[in-house]
Design a protein. Structure first.
Length: 51
């Protein structure tokens, strides 16, 4: 599995929402990076099903 390290800038609102997700039972043990990866996969799946 190839892994690429990236750096992105998030607006404060998006960062706040990710912090709030991390406070939930489902995401409390996940790292910020893992939560962002989950959100990216879900977003890509949603875009794919749209088309």
């Amino acid at each position: 599995m190839n892994v690429k390290r990236m750096s992105i800038t998030l607006p404060e609102e998006l960062e706040r929402k990710i912090v709030e997700l991390r406070k939930t039972e489902k995401f409390c043990r996940a790292s910020y990076a893992e939560i962002i990866r989950m959100l990216l996969v879900a977003g890509l799946d949603a875009v794919r099903t749209e088309n």
